[in-house]
Design a protein around this ligand. Structure first.
Ligand SMILES: [Zn+2]
Length: 427
C-alpha cells in the first residue's frame, strides 16, 4: 500500500498541534483507517520524522506508544520584521527557537531587508553539517500590507511598495512563506501560547501599529488578498488631531498605538512639539500608575477605543478568547478593566458573557514562533517539501541547503488542511 500525502499531512499536523499522541488518538482525531495510520507511523519512525517518547498503559493493561515529532527532523529559518526591530532565528521541527539574531531598526531610514542575510549567514554557520542539510524552508512575519506582487507598505520600516518578496528571494535560496505579524502571532498563540487549541480566538497586536489575527472555527481568517484584519484602520472618531499613518484621521491606530498614546500624553501635558519617538510608551504607563491625571485620561481614551473596536469584532466573529499582545501588554493592568467594561457595554447580549481576555505569554519570540508555525504548516502542504519532511536524512554529499536549489516563493498559503472554504486554513 502506498502512503498518501494526505496521511502524512494529517498525522504531522496533528502532532504539531497536540505535541504528543498515541496511535489510537491519531486514528480517532484524523478519522484515517487504522491500517493507513500504522503504515504511515512505521514510515515516519523509520525516517526519524517522529519518535516514540514513552508509553501509556490503559486499564486493560495494553501498552500504547506515545508519539512525538522529532525536534531534529528538520529546521526552518524564521524572520520577524517587526515595527522596531528585525529578528532572524532558527526553529527546529517542533518550533523551538534555537538561535536568534536581531537588530534594532533606525526609524529615520528605510530598512534594507537584505541585512537579514547577515543573520541568516550566522544561523547557517551555527549549524553542523547534517543539520544544515535538513534546512527545509523559511517563514517570514512582516508588518504592514503586502500586495499580489509581494511588495510591502509598512510605514514603520519606511517602506512604500517595498519589493520584500524579491529582496528575500535574492537572499534566501530556499522556499519562503509569508504572513503578516497578526496572522503569525495567532498561529504562535494557538500552538504553544495562551490560545492553544482554541478554535475561535483573536490576537490583537497593539504596539507601533495595530494588527490582528483571527481563528474562526479552527481556520485562520486570511481574506481575499491575505489582508483580513486591518482593525487598526477602523474609524473611531473624526477628531482632526488623530492623524493616522494610512492618511485618514480618527483610526483606532491613531488613538491606541504606542506612539499615539505618547503623542496624546505630550499634547495633554502641554508639550505637543516633542517627538513621541523620544519617549517609550511605558513612561506613560508609569505616570498613570502614579496617578498623573493626563496619563490616566490618555489610557482611559485608549482603553475605551480598543474596547469599542473589539466589541465590533466580537459581534461579528463571536470568539471565545481575545489575546492582547504588543507593547500595550506592559500596561495591561491599566487597560484590561476598561476594555472589559466597553465589551460589556457594546457587545450584543450574551456575546461577552463567556469571552475570555488574556495577555500574551510568548514574549519577544512570538513573531519567530509564528513564522515557524507558518513555515511548518505550509511546507507540509507542498509536495516536494513534504517529501523532505518525511524522508530519511539527506546523505553526506548532498548539496548545501539540501534538496531545494531553486528559490520557490509562495505567498501566504498556510495550509493546514484546506478543505472547507477557500481562503481559510485548518490546523
Ligand atoms: Zn488608518
Amino acid at each position: 500500500m502506498k502512503i498518501a500525502d494526505q496521511w502524512f499531512r494529517d498525522i504531522l499536523g496533528l502532532l504539531y498541534q497536540r505535541r504528543t499522541a498515541t496511535r489510537g488518538e491519531i486514528i480517532h482525531s484524523t478519522g484515517l483507517n487504522p491500517a493507513c495510520v500504522s503504515l504511515t507511523i512505521q514510515h515516519l519512525l523509520k525516517s526519524g520524522t517522529i519518535q516514540c517518547v514513552g508509553e501509556r498503559r490503559s486499564t486493560g493493561g495494553r501498552k500504547r506508544e506515545v508519539l512525538k515529532l522529532n525536534s531534529e527532523a528538520g529546521y526552518f529559518v524564521v524572520v520577524d520584521l517587526e515595527g522596531t526591530r528585525v529578528r532572524v532565528g532558527l526553529a527546529d521541527f517542533l518550533g523551538n527557537i534555537r538561535y536568534r539574531w536581531e537588530e534594532e531598526i533606525d526609524l529615520r531610514q528605510q530598512y534594507d531587508v537584505r541585512r537579514v542575510l547577515k543573520g541568516v549567514e550566522m544561523i547557517r554557520r551555527s549549524l553542523e553539517g547534517p543539520a544544515r542539510r535538513r534546512l527545509i524552508a523559511a517563514g517570514v512575519s512582516y508588518t504592514g500590507l503586502m500586495d499580489q506582487q509581494g511588495r510591502v507598505t509598512a510605514v514603520n520600516l519606511g517602506w512604500k511598495d517595498y519589493p520584500l518578496r524579491r529582496s528575500i528571494e535574492e537572499s534566501l535560496a530556499m522556499p519562503v512563506f509569508y504572513a503578516n505579524d497578526g496572522h503569525c502571532k495567532i498561529l504562535a498563540e494557538r500552538w504553544g501560547g495562551v490560545a492553544e487549541n482554541c478554535p475561535n480566538c483573536v490576537y490583537i497586536l497593539a504596539g507601533v501599529g495595530i494588527g490582528i489575527g483571527c481563528f474562526v472555527d479552527g481556520h485562520l481568517l486570511e481574506g481575499h488578498d491575505g489582508m483580513a484584519g486591518e482593525l487598526g484602520h477602523l474609524t473611531m472618531n473624526h477628531s482632526p488631531g488623530d492623524r493616522c499613518n494610512c492618511g485618514k484621521t480618527g483610526c483606532l491606530e491613531a488613538i491606541v498605538s504606542s506612539p499615539n498614546i505618547v503623542r496624546q500624553y505630550l499634547e495633554l501635558s502641554g508639550r505637543p512639539a516633542e517627538d513621541p519617538r523620544g519617549h517609550p510608551v511605558t513612561e506613560v504607563f508609569a505616570m498613570a500608575r502614579e496617578g498623573d491625571s493626563d496619563a490616566l485620561a490618555v489610557m482611559d481614551r485608549a482603553g475605551r477605543a480598543l474596547g469599542l473596536a473589539l466589541s465590533h469584532l466580537v459581534n461579528i466573529l463571536n470568539p471565545q478568547l481575545i489575546v492582547l499582545g504588543g507593547d500595550l501588554i506592559h500596561g495591561h493592568d491599566l487597560l484590561l478593566s476598561i476594555i472589559r467594561e466597553e465589551l460589556a457595554r457594546h457587545c450584543a447580549p450574551k456575546l461577552a458573557d463567556h469571552l475570555i481576555l488574556r495577555v500574551s505569554s510568548l514574549g519577544h519570540d512570538g513573531g519567530l514562533k509564528g513564522a515557524a508555525a507558518l513555515a511548518f504548516l505550509n511546507s507540509s502542504q507542498d509536495r516536494a517539501l513534504l517529501r523532505r519532511m518525511t524522508g530519511p536524512a539527506p546523505p553526506e554529499d548532498s548539496p548545501g541547503e539540501g534538496r531545494t536549489k531553486e528559490p520557490l516563493t509562495v505567498k501566504l498559503k498556510i495550509g493546514g488542511l484546506r478543505r472547507k472554504k477557500k481562503g481559510l486554513i485548518t490546523s
